[in-house]
Design a protein around this ligand. Structure first.
Ligand code: SF4
Length: 468
């Protein structure tokens, strides 16, 4: 019987899932049994394929998950707080209490009181170690641990935790480290850096990351890797050392995230020569004033243009993240962006996101002050779902969002023609259920590996959920 059950709601391909895998590995190394109860967010707000929250509520929910967690008879049910799951945690704890669960509940929280029998404050991997040390005796109602975990000595993630739900042979989500030195107002990285300490942004040694990837490759025959670090290219010396090892010992195609001010022609050539098939950049908008004054992006638009040009020269495909719903965005911004995108050589995909106003973020304070948002709308939804734009921008945003999603089919010529002729306005009338398969088709036609992975994984996920 598992002594610790992790109760989780959300996507697998996010940092919280990796954190739980690491916590599970730590618990196992300390001699405890672990298990996962997954309150799945399939069709939920974090589902980046199909977001139908009403269907998610119909199929899943805290009550059912709590019953499973209680039925496991675990000594402890452990939950991990993130930016928008406070209510889900409260609902889950209430549902657990209603089942008559006799064991303890522990919440790894950033701040506030979650109402669990034990609240754990601090970087999850660090405070969880103190929690484990207290077992099986009496655990204080609150454990606070300052400082940062030594990433180098943490056990490799327990991939058994989510293995019922994820197919690691298709693709593996890797984190070389944590954090980012940037201070972008809309991003979670500065938030966590402030919560956990100045040294939060750090990487593991190349050898340690390679040992994880080697184990994954041997165990699952993994076909490709996605490095999920927010800025994989941040440390040039580290990257050089790592990629030399990676080419020799792993040699799988991979995708990663770059930042324009930590990127140059040498980096692009190095990535390309090491098997990188795509690098993703946080562009968000071509409106320079919005980027610097509101978003607090660290790099200039000139640096962005140079980074894209470096990829073009190296023959390296790149994705550009673009956010809709920014305070002060205009139709002219999107139109100018469409024209700029249509002149790029190796642009693979325009990844469309919607701004989320999370509590405690710089952009949220700004938007509250300027009257762009009210308190009741904070911390709702996800980057993939919901439209939090000013009402006057919603029609234009819908049109450009669909236009950008279909970039793979339209190509540069089609995108430029739609933007320049005004035809872009019609795209908002294309129903979402048509855009999604066309977007998938455009990704498949372009040979985008991420789409191929989703094409294989997603139907299995849906089928698994429906026959559960
Ligand atoms: S550069 Fe990217 S990861 Fe870093 S703070 Fe800005 S948005 Fe976040």
């Amino acid at each position: 019987m598992a002594e610790l059950v992790f109760l989780y709601k959300g996507r697998y391909w996010v940092r919280e899932a990796r954190t739980l895998e690491t916590l599970s590995a730590m618990a196992r190394a300390a001699g405890h049994g672990t298990a996962l109860v997954y309150d799945r967010d399939l069709f939920g707000v974090s589902d980046n394929v199909v977001s139908l929250p009403w269907l998610n509520r119909l199929l899943f929910g805290p009550a059912g998950a709590a019953q499973k967690a209680a039925a496991a008879g675990a000594a402890w049910v452990v939950l991990l707080e993130n930016l928008n799951n406070k209510q889900w945690i409260a609902d889950s704890l209430a549902a657990l209490a209603a089942t008559g669960h006799k064991g303890g509940t522990a919440v790894l929280a950033c701040s506030g009181s979650a109402g669990a029998s034990v609240n754990l404050y601090g970087e999850p991997e660090l405070v969880f170690a103190d929690f484990l040390k207290a077992l099986p005796g009496r655990v204080p109602a609150e454990i606070r641990t300052d400082g940062l975990a030594d990433l180098e000595t943490l056990p490799l993630p327990d991939l058994g935790l989510f293995s019922r739900y994820e197919d690691f042979s298709l693709s593996y989500m890797a984190y070389a480290g944590k954090g980012c030195s940037g201070a972008c107002s809309y991003c979670e990285e500065p938030f966590y850096r402030k919560a956990y300490g100045a040294g939060y942004a750090r990487q593991r040694s190349p050898a340690r990351v390679i040992s994880e990837l080697r184990a994954v490759k041997e165990s699952f025959g993994t076909a490709e890797i996605t490095f999920k670090d927010s800025v994989f290219t941040a440390d040039r010396a580290w990257l050089k050392d790592f990629l030399a090892l990676y080419r020799r010992e792993i040699g799988l195609p991979f995708k990663c995230f770059g930042r324009a001010d930590a990127f140059d022609p040498e980096t692009a050539a190095l990535l390309k020569a090491s098997g990188c098939y795509c690098v993703e950049f946080g562009l968000q908008t071509f409106n320079g004033e919005l980027r610097s004054r509101v978003l607090k992006r660290p790099e200039s638009l000139e640096a962005v243009a140079l980074a894209f040009a470096a990829c073009d020269t190296a023959g390296l495909a790149y994705d550009a993240d673009y956010i809709f719903g920014l305070p002060g965005e205009t139709e002219a911004d999107h139109l100018a962006a469409a024209l700029k995108f249509s002149s790029m050589k190796r642009l693979n995909r325009i990844k469309c996101h919607n701004l989320v106003y999370y509590k405690g973020f710089g952009i949220t304070d700004y938007a509250l002050k300027e009257g762009w948002v009210d308190e009741a709308a904070l911390s709702r939804g996800d980057f993939f779902s919901g439209d939090r734009a000013a009402p006057a921008m919603r029609a234009a945003n819908s049109a450009f969002r669909k236009l950008f999603k279909l970039y793979g089919l339209l190509g540069n010529v089609g995108l430029r023609a739609a933007a320049a002729s005004g035809l872009w306005r019609l795209f908002r009338f294309v129903p979402g259920f048509i855009v999604k398969p066309l977007e998938l088709l455009s990704g498949l036609l372009k040979g985008d590996r991420r789409f191929l992975v989703y094409f294989k994984i997603y139907p299995r996920r849906v089928l698994g959920a429906l026959i559960k």
